[in-house]
Unconditional design. Structure first.
Length: 424
């Protein structure tokens, strides 16, 4: 947090320094934050635009959303400083959207004539943030399945920096109608739900109806709620984001929202994996009983897996809030009307896996002999080992799985498509 000014901003910096949790202070509060947090009237960053405090839009956001002092997952941070990303190290943040630091993690492995190389750029959305070393995607000139130019991809391609979209007491999302009193994203209903006279922000300040960037125009905001403490290790308990499907005015499904920039990746009219389609009773049933490879003895009430979430077929934010917990009290699986969505398989920012997936799909095994498939797993040997561990240690695979011990999976766990399909 260099450049930023003002008393509130200084207080924020101090609170961050002593590690106060996410919900104890605010900046955006669901709407437009103090202008000076992002703009400077008389000393904006040289070479930038819009009087921003960073050299570009995304760098402005990262002046607060990344902190080089972090040593572990920390409140609203969604990026890890390059100094913490050396060989063998992994990004620190564990948010639902994911840590953009994964984009800087290239992996490689060689044994004899077998070599493997993986460019970190394939781990997510390559936002351009020059002050922080994030550069345009080297291969995708546009969004796959769409025309959005990669060179323009920034935080404010997806988030409205001025947070103008708001959810009203009627359930509708609009840009006016009542003042915004608070975030709206969190499970604390008393603070995060609208009243007759006040609105709350939309989920994560996401872009809504009419917001237009790079030739793509959004048609609405998707529904969800997160626990107030959402950036945390899942080594012992899971962080449940409750994704929803609202039909109230100004809302879209998660698939439609992502398809603003990726229209051809949506299943409507395209021969691709179903998106926004209902699970049906068979797949909902499999999800409920699947524990791990070879173990279908689970019960639906405790079957939720944050690595494979689904969208609940409800637009009732108080219901979603009641499920958005970290204490294992809300691990119910899906019912037949719930849907598979883009975020069932992908994260929104970045992940430790190819294509920003929530789980690895690059080798048939996730674990071998009760350990991840790391280069230090004594059972991952042989001439093809580089293609199996792909240059990561067990510790690095553990980080990509948000610190879950390998023993939460089967001794020989297969890919997590099986959470819904149980082909293993
Ligand atoms: C969270 C960061 C952030 C905050 C807080 C913020 N802005 Fe901005 N603002 C931006 C960004 C990023 C852009 C560039 C938008 C673009 O690239 O299209 C921008 C652009 C603008 C523009 C020019 C383009 C436009 O949309 O009209 C104006 C005017 C503006 N901001 C006014 C304000 C005012 C007034 C406030 C305080 C009430 C404010 N901003 C608070 C980030 C912010
Ligand atoms: C001056 C520091 C600062 C800057 C600059 C900043 N943020 Fe934030 N941001 C915060 C803080 C603090 C929080 C958590 C409290 C809150 O939401 O008000 C937060 C929370 C958020 C959230 C979650 C909000 C919610 O209600 O769910 C999003 C999304 C976000 N920021 C996006 C952005 C984007 C995009 C930019 C740049 C256009 C930006 N931020 C710039 C400090 C900042
Ligand atoms: C504002 C436009 C925009 C939106 C909205 C958007 N994307 Fe993207 N996406 C892009 C662009 C541009 C690229 C190509 C650049 C890159 O790969 O970094 C891309 C790339 C991707 C990739 C390939 C990443 C890789 O590592 O190769 C995936 C997967 C993806 N998006 C999924 C999603 C999902 C899921 C959502 C909804 C949560 C979404 N996108 C929303 C613009 C967008
Ligand atoms: C391609 C669209 C896209 C881009 C680009 C993007 N975000 Fe997000 N962001 C999202 C979505 C969608 C979520 C909600 C993820 C969820 O709950 O699963 C989110 C969540 C967040 C959160 C809440 C914590 C989390 O990770 O879940 C913050 C803070 C945030 N974004 C800030 C930023 C900042 C800062 C940038 C730029 C450095 C950025 N985002 C770029 C789509 C995007
Ligand atoms: C059932 C899981 C699943 C769902 C649902 C899903 N994807 Fe994917 N996606 C994948 C996998 C796996 C890949 C890796 C490449 C492949 O197998 O096609 C991928 C690849 C991609 C790519 C990269 C394509 C390329 O050419 O580089 C984009 C972009 C993408 N997905 C976007 C989306 C969007 C947007 C949605 C929702 C509309 C979505 N995906 C829904 C699993 C899924
Ligand atoms: C959240 C649950 C979920 C996850 C995770 C999931 N799927 Fe699916 N999949 C579905 C649903 C729902 C259908 C539609 C089933 C139906 O219509 O009977 C489907 C259908 C399919 C089909 C048949 C498509 C057709 O046209 O008949 C294939 C193949 C498939 N999935 C592969 C995968 C793979 C590979 C993965 C992992 C990358 C995956 N799925 C992950 C829910 C899921």
């Amino acid at each position: 947090m260099n450049v930023v000014k003002g008393t509130l901003i200084a207080v924020l910096a101090a609170l961050v320094a002593v590690g106060v949790s996410t919900t104890s202070y605010a900046f955006h509060s669901g709407g437009v934050a103090e202008c000076e947090g992002c703009h400077s009237m008389h000393s904006p960053k040289a070479g930038g635009s819009f009087l921003l405090v960073g050299g570009d839009q995304s760098s402005t956001c990262l002046t607060c959303h990344q902190n080089a002092a972090d040593t572990k997952a920390s409140s609203y941070h969604i990026s890890t400083d390059s100094s913490k990303l050396g060989a063998g190290l992994s990004p620190l943040q564990r948010t639902p959207g994911g840590d953009f630091g994964w984009l800087k993690k290239n992996y490689s492995a060689t044994l004899g004539t077998v070599t493997y190389a993986e460019d970190g750029a394939t781990h997510g959305h390559n936002i351009v943030a020059a002050d922080f070393g994030y550069v345009v995607d080297p291969t995708n000139a546009t969004a796959p399945g769409g025309t959005f130019p990669s060179a323009q991809l920034a935080c404010n391609s997806c988030h409205d920096p001025h947070g103008q979209y708001r959810r009203l007491a009627s359930g509708a999302i609009a840009k006016t109608g009542a003042p915004i009193k608070a975030s709206g994203s969190y499970d604390n209903v008393s603070a995060n739900e609208p009243t007759a006279t006040e609105a709350v922000g939309v989920y994560r300040l996401l872009a809504g109806l009419g917001y237009s960037k790079g030739g793509a125009t959004f048609t609405g905001v998707p529904a969800a709620k997160v626990p107030g403490s959402y950036n945390r290790t899942e080594s012992a308990t899971q962080t449940r984001t409750a994704y929803g499907n609202s039909t109230a005015s100004g809302h879209v499904t998660w698939g439609s929202w992502c398809s603003t920039c990726h229209p051809a990746m949506h299943s409507t009219g395209n021969y691709v994996h179903p998106v926004d389609g209902t699970l049906g009773s068979t797949i909902a049933g499999l999800y409920g009983t699947y524990v791990k490879s070879g173990d279908m003895t689970g019960t639906a009430a405790s079957s939720f897996l944050s690595l494979v979430p689904f969208a609940e077929n409800t637009g009732d934010y108080t219901v979603l809030a009641s499920h958005a917990k970290t204490d294992s009290s809300q691990l119910g699986g899906p019912v037949s009307g719930d849907t598979v969505m883009c975020l069932s398989c992908h994260r929104a920012h970045a992940s430790g896996f190819l294509e920003m997936l929530r789980f690895d799909q690059g080798y048939e095994f996730t674990t071998v002999g009760s350990q991840y498939v790391g280069s230090d797993n004594p059972l991952v040997t042989g001439s093809r080992a580089p293609l199996q561990h792909r240059g990561r240690t067990n510790a690095e695979w553990t980080a990509a799985y948000y610190d879950r011990p390998a023993t939460t999976f089967a001794t020989y766990q297969r890919v997590l498509c099986n959470k819904c399909h149980a082909k293993d």
